[in-house]
Design a protein around this ligand. Structure first.
Ligand code: SF4
Length: 129
């Protein structure tokens, strides 16, 4: 399969906090269907427990939003959070929106219908699986 990225990967992926995480821990919470496990990845990116936010969190988030990554934790966000951000600020063209920034799930979903978003997300995921 050839990936056609709208937006390139960050130049500084090597600074990613999750670099070697899976190899070192044997654990991959970044692509889990279990919300509790997935939350561990969100917390890891955001330094919730250790105070160390991933140094490329913003770039990682822009990459995922621009390329409409429908699965996994990217940029300290889960799938429904990114869906909400893109709903509020849809992609125009191929460049990231200036409004895109890290938000908690609660912030991103404010004023939006979570159930509707979840249904849309599941449909998109099924179509892309
Ligand atoms: S923000 Fe992206 S690069 Fe950084 S730890 Fe999370 S998933 Fe890895």
């Amino acid at each position: 399969m050839v990936l056609r990225l709208r937006y390139p990967a960050p130049d500084d992926w090597q600074d990613a906090k999750c670099q070697d995480y899976v190899n070192n821990t044997g654990d991959d919470p970044f692509f889990s269907d279990d919300p509790e496990v997935s939350q561990r990845a969100v917390d890891f990116c955001n330094g919730t427990k250790d105070g160390n936010i991933c140094p490329i969190r913003h770039e990682c988030l822009l990459f995922a939003l621009t390329n409409n990554e429908k699965f996994g934790v990217w940029g300290g966000t889960n799938e429904i959070t990114r869906k909400a951000i893109r709903k509020r600020y849809p992609l125009k063209g191929r460049e990231p929106r200036p409004e895109w920034r890290h938000q908690t799930e609660q912030e991103a979903l404010k004023g939006l219908n979570r159930d509707e978003l979840q249904k849309e997300l599941e449909k998109e995921q099924a179509e892309s699986a």
